[in-house]
Design a protein around this ligand. Structure first.
Ligand code: T46
Length: 134
């Protein structure tokens, strides 16, 4: 499984760092939605789903967390701990987010508006949808 992690350009000077993200330039899709999660309790796991079409980039802009990616055949764990790194997650990829540091802020840039019908929340259904895609 190929992991696609973007390293964004940092505009640093004596005042600190700044990262700018533009759709189709730094981000390979139109950004239709931004959401973020924080105050995630110790031991909490989130996610446990795949998406039918949604593409996203996950950026832990503060603190750290881990993301487990599962394409139905292989699983990989990716650590997010740099505010200038973004993890690309395409459709048909099961994800779980966990090991959030108490100060973690996980920001997500998404290619589509929120649509519950795009979620695959059942693991067996996810495996079937992968088989159908092949
Ligand atoms: C994903 C991972 C990385 C909305 O109303 N609008 C939104 O745009 C989102 C993302 C969520 N919500 C509501 C739906 C639920 O009542 O917020 C609540 C929590 O959402 P959910 O349980 O889906 O959160 P996670 O952390 O399990 O998953 C989220 C995204 O939903 C998902 O697309 O890939 O983060």
């Amino acid at each position: 499984m190929q992991i696609l992690k973007y390293v964004f350009q940092q505009h640093g000077d004596e005042r600190g760092q700044l990262v700018a993200l533009e759709e189709f330039k730094d981000i390979p899709f139109e950004i239709k939605r931004v959401y973020y999660m924080y105050d995630t309790g110790e031991g909490i796991h989130r996610g446990f789903h795949a998406h039918k079409t949604l593409k996203q980039i996950l950026i832990c802009i503060h603190g750290s967390c881990k993301v487990l990616l599962d394409n139905g055949e292989e699983k990989k764990i990716v650590s997010l701990e740099k505010p200038y790194e973004g993890l690309y997650i395409a459709h048909n990829m099961w994800r779980e987010m966990y090991d959030f540091s108490p100060d973690a802020v996980l920001m997500v840039l998404a290619s589509e508006y929120y649509d519950e019908s795009d979620y695959i929340r059942d693991y067996e259904e996810f495996l079937n949808s992968i088989k159908e895609e092949k």
